[in-house]
Design a binder for this molecule. Structure first.
Ligand code: NAD
Length: 312
């Protein structure tokens, strides 16, 4: 299969390496020139579960995608704010048959993708795989993960199942789900609480859990997500989701980790995806006439922090 990974940062690199190893013809596409240059000259360097490897894998700058070579599958792995520009740049690779899979965190990416890809070819999902950038051309890949995905287009279930099989054949452990929006909202509740709060408070998840307002803040934010989801016919089990989110406070499992937004903004001074997580709930809340004061405020606080740190 000819697979393009559009957005070859940490996650895109992981997927690229695994899919190439699985026998696919993979092309990475990215907008970070230093990273592209490093991979073209020295290969992609990865610490893969503790072992240092160098992988020769084709990569090109998204601004140089002029070929009209069509892809069988395109996996989108930009940050949310880079998605639209990426799709503009790679439009020439999308044929009527190209399946486009979006595994970005956040809510509502289909609204952007639909502008470039026919609905029947759009697939969305969630992934529990993780990855980290260590610098241009270098990634750290640790642990196991999984993928859940579904077709957006009516009658494309078989296409979604085939896509899940293709990914699983390379060890990516993917499965078809018939209620992906539930799963996306459930994961967004984790990101919508842990990411913004730990970033603004500059604390890890266990540290957040030790504060007296933590429980109330988490519960209120999850309820805002649930009210908006309800308007989209996604009926979250609020108690289960709150318990799931609070499990992040456990210092013996994942609590000592800083969420990715903290790493992006506080550690690496990069812009955050807040507009596509809590900000998306605020926008949808306005559209549906639902008050979302905690999401509104958290979005503003994260933007204020971006500005204080001079991040553009
Ligand atoms: P990433 O930041 O590693 O890469 C995204 C893009 O940013 C790539 O184009 C990359 O080249 C570019 N980039 C990275 N560092 C840069 C730098 N210093 N300067 C300039 N450009 C840079 O993002 P990611 O972690 O791969 O995440 C992609 C999507 O997947 C996001 O929506 C994220 O929320 C989601 N996600 C990430 C993880 C994870 O563990 N990293 C897990 C699940 C979902």
């Amino acid at each position: 299969m000819k697979i393009a990974i559009a957005g070859a940062g940490a996650m895109g690199s992981r997927f690229g390496i695994m899919l190439q190893k699985g026998g696919n013809e993979v092309l990475l596409i990215d907008g970070w020139k230093e990273h592209v240059d490093a991979i073209q000259t020295k290969g992609l360097q990865a610490n893969f579960n503790g072992e240092d490897i160098t992988v020769n894998i084709p990569i090109m700058l998204q601004s140089e995608v002029h070929s009209d070579e069509k892809m069988d599958v395109i996996i989108l792995f930009t940050k949310a704010m880079q998605l639209e520009k990426m799709l503009q740049d790679i439009t020439c690779m999308i044929s009527k048959q190209t399946k486009v899979l979006c595994l970005l965190n956040g809510i509502g990416h289909e609204d952007v993708i639909e502008k470039f890809v026919p609905m029947q070819n759009i697939y969305i999902g969630n992934t529990m795989w993780t990855a980290g950038m260590e610098g241009a051309g270098k990634v750290k890949l640790f642990g196991n993960g999984s993928i859940e995905l579904q077709n957006l287009g009516k009658g494309q279930e078989e296409g979604a199942k085939a896509l899940a099989e293709l990914l699983s054949a390379s060890g990516l452990n993917a499965k078809y789900l018939d209620n992906i929006h539930y799963s996306i909202y459930r994961k967004a509740c984790v990101n919508g609480t842990m990411n913004g709060l730990c970033t603004v408070l500059d604390v890890n998840m266990a540290g957040l859990g030790l504060t007296t307002p933590a429980n109330d803040m988490v519960e209120t934010i999850v309820k805002e997500f649930a009210s908006v989801a309800e308007k989209e016919d996604v009926h979250l089990d609020i108690e289960e989701v709150i318990t799931h989110v609070k499990s992040c406070f456990n210092a013996e499992t994942i609590g000592m980790h800083y969420p990715s937004m903290h790493q992006d903004l506080i550690k690496n001074h990069r812009l955050t995806e807040i507009d596509y997580i809590n900000g998306a709930i605020s926008r949808k809340g306005r559209k549906y006439g639902i008050a979302t004061p905690y999401c509104d405020f958290l979005t503003q606080l994260v933007h204020a922090k971006e500005q204080i740190l001079g991040v553009k």
